[in-house]
Design a protein around this ligand. Sequence first.
Ligand code: ADP
Length: 592
Amino acid sequence: MSEIKELQLKVTELEKQLEKQKKTNKILKERVKKNTHSTGDSFSIFERNIALQKKIASRTHDLEAAEAANKAKSEFLANMSHEIRTPMNGVIGMTGLLLDTNLDKEQLEYAETVRNSANALLNLINDILDFSKIDAGQLDLEILCFNLNTTIEELNDPLAMRAHKKGLDYVSIIDPDVPLLLRGDPSRLRQIINNLVGNAIKFTAKGEIVIHITNLSEKGNKVTLRFSIKDTGISIAENKQNNIFELFTQADASTTRKFGGTGLGLAISKQLAEMMGGSIGVNSIEGRGSTFWFTVVLEKRSQQESLPEINRMDIKDKNILIVDDNATNRKWLSILLKKWGCRSSEAASAKQALELLEEGILQKAPYDIALLDMQMPEMDGETLGRTIKEKELLKDALLVMLTSLGNRGDAVRFQKSGFDAYLTKPVKQSHLYDCILTILNSKLKSVAQKEKQIITRYVLAENRNKKRRILVVEDNIVNQKIAIKILEKYGYRVNAVANGQEALHALKLASYDLVLMDCQMPVMDGYEATKEIRNSNSKVMNNKIFVIAMTANAMKGDREKCINAGIDDYIAKPINPQALKKTIERWLELRR
Ligand code: ADP
């Protein structure tokens, strides 16, 4: 990879030369102007002007040649990175298969090292590909509708896992006045956040990582959002704070440095933030960690108000106790509960929680639910739960366990300790909401303790999916079966038809939440069927139903064809169950 690094350095060097030449040209042009206006020996002025003009012409020629060479180099890099990816996929794919076979301990360790190294190399290649694409002006943003909350929650899962593995607390907060239904490039947004949070985790040994999203300003249908990522890590010296956003620059450039990396991440993030109409920066105080921030301008979508405010009435005015030793976590939960119209109090320890719960009952303002964090010093959440249940006065309290460590058998254990629900952190807003609602409802129905099932995120997802209906449109019977099997596994209600015409018929008769549409089909293909669904004169029940296409070849141009037909999104065949699940959830979430 050092060749690539060298090439990139050469490109940077060339750019500097270009800048210099541009400046010289400007000076030369100004001299010509001056000479033309000044009096004096007209003949020599004439000669000097000719000479200067020749010089300008030659410099301009050099400039154009250098610019072309620069562009060619970036294009070469972009192509080459692409070429490298193909064999890399072979290495990673085959290592994956190898790891599924019976290996002894030593072989397993070797194969895992190969996989980890290959993944690291692929990440590096992706970074270089991105950078050269931006540099060659080939990177276009892909503007899509997205839900900011879903985008952030999707990111939170893997990042929080990495943070928790290092013993760090991880919290992400979206301010209540931040619009969630937006148009922009969610995957590039994710890329910047991933980079910054990835760094924050890498450079922090203890403490917490906090992502905070705020609304800076709104103008017409545009909103400027600010994302800040705060860590309690090694911090960055003031004189290094500007440089780190440059290509291949690291705060610690010594050969003995402790942390790996290429120095590309921040440079890419900077370019991406600027492409999205924003900027990037860092505040860091020695010994107190760093806060990286960036801003982007996004478009608001008109149906903001379609968020389920009516639903939110269900838990309005409920009184909830938040028990967590981490102040940022408590703050996040109280912001969220306030948004839903709940009342809440905070306890920073088990002892304080017991006091508040008792006080609530004695004052005739009992708490409806207590949210307990598992990892607390002195007395952990589970012991606190058991203690509450042992006290006559408090034994009817509804308890929810929030834990960053998810282990097999937890659900059964927590149920035995008296918990009504258990969710793993980072807790998705919609999960917490559904969880509170579900346990309040089961209390209303006074389900006997014995028959009670502890609420987990799987139970919640199943309950949610049971209410959702999906139409699969696919002529190939085998593919149809596969799609149905996958969707049913996730708890959705599914019907299937064999072509576009049958799909239109089905959509006239019943109401569905989403259509999974094959593109090539006999009688009527997926494009034509979707055009007809979108036609306001057609008799389908919902012109705006989400349509996700399944395409065999994700060729350039396919996407345009899908978008022109009114298809919302597409997934590539062969269908990957996880990818299908994620795509469907993402779209169904948009309507929440
Ligand atoms: P890489 O992490 O691959 O080296 P980046 O461009 O992402 O490249 O970061 C450049 C440098 O900025 C890092 O090498 C590190 O010195 C510094 N840096 C970035 N994020 C942090 C952070 N959260 N805390 C301390 N230093 C950081």
